[in-house]
Design a protein around this ligand. Structure first.
Ligand SMILES: NCc1[nH]cc(CCC(=O)O)c1CC(=O)O
Length: 307
């Protein structure tokens, strides 16, 4: 059944690109689609790190309100920004084909992190990136960097940093791939759960919208991000914890790796991995949970837990 659908979206250039992308795909299916742009708290608060002001949920609450009030039918999110547990009444209707999941080194001075001299200044506010960078290069000076992609690139170009780390997916979507000097190996900079994938949120009582979205779902991407998000969920994954989780599927076997970092940067990184056959989402989730339990068993008892 064809429908008129309204997409709630943030108004950053990346969020609008993603919403337009979904709009075009739904129009190809014969639906008519309009966008409803809105600003979220996460877009407004730029002077503090997300982990201090309330976490990932800050980017999705306003959009959920629009769904709840019937002003919109679906919300398009970078899955990385979507909390592990959605509030009651909401569901992830679909996960779309994943873009490049890697982190990218962006710099006007150095072609790679390896070329950066001792004590170089790197910009990032992601606790995961901070923990992984510290493990790779304990000499670096890591400075906070927030804002949307254009803001972050502007701050780099103003000369405040020798280099910054951004998700390759966002740069590629905005036609800024040329800014990527090197894409980090996933083994070196393990991506965040869901990085590079888009998720579409709906109200749980809208099977009609879920049905309209079915052709946009990408099965393999859904499997891998389900495993990754299970790691975060078990670990209590708020963004006040440096946590990386990355899964791939080859010949029906899902392989997942995860890394836990100490928020205070004192304890060494803890790593775990698992693999197994996957046909159903539940199997992917079980592998993610297994990796999370391995991590938990290896995190030193005195480690501060995220609150
Ligand atoms: N936290 C912000 C955010 N959310 C999604 C992306 C990039 C695109 C994606 O991962 O889908 C970014 C920017 C970044 O981390 O550099």
């Amino acid at each position: 059944m064809l429908a008129h659908l309204t997409i709630a979206t943030r108004e950053s250039r990346l969020a609008l690109w993603q919403a337009e992308h979904v709009k075009a795909l739904l129009e190809q299916q014969g639906h008519s689609v309009t966008l409803l742009g809105m600003t979220t708290k996460g877009d407004q608060i730029l002077d503090r790190s997300l982990s201090k002001v309330g976490g990932k949920g800050l980017f999705v609450k306003e959009l959920e309100l629009a769904l709840e009030e019937g002003r919109a039918d679906l919300a398009v999110h970078s899955l990385k920004d979507v909390p592990m547990e959605l509030p009651p009444g909401f569901a992830l209707a679909c996960v779309m084909e994943r873009e490049d999941p890697r982190d990218a080194w962006v710099s006007n001075r150095y072609a790679s992190l390896a070329e950066l001299p001792q004590g170089g200044v790197v910009g990032t506010s992601s606790l995961r990136r901070v923990a992984l960078l510290r493990a790779l290069r304990p000499d670096l000076k890591i400075e906070p960097l927030r804002g949307n992609l254009d803001t972050r690139l502007k701050k780099l170009d103003d000369g405040q940093y020798d280099g910054i780390v951004l998700a390759a997916a966002g740069l590629k979507r905005l036609g800024l791939e040329s800014r990527i000097r090197t894409a980090f190996d996933t083994a070196q900079m393990l991506p965040a759960a869901g990085q590079g994938a888009l998720g579409i949120e709906v109200r749980s009582d809208r099977p009609d919208v879920v049905q309209a979205l079915a052709p946009l779902a990408h099965r393999q991407s859904w499997l891998v991000v389900s495993a990754e998000r299970a790691v975060s969920r078990v670990m209590g994954g708020s963004c006040s914890m440096p946590l990386a989780a990355y899964a791939t599927v080859t010949n029906g076997i899902l392989h997942i790796q995860a890394t836990w970092g100490d928020p205070d940067g004192v304890l060494p990184l803890v790593q775990a991995q698992a693999q197994g056959p996957v046909q159903e989402i539940a199997q992917a989730v079980a592998l993610g949970e297994k990796v999370a339990r391995q991590l938990q068993a290896r995190v030193p008892a005195q480690a501060p837990r995220a609150d």
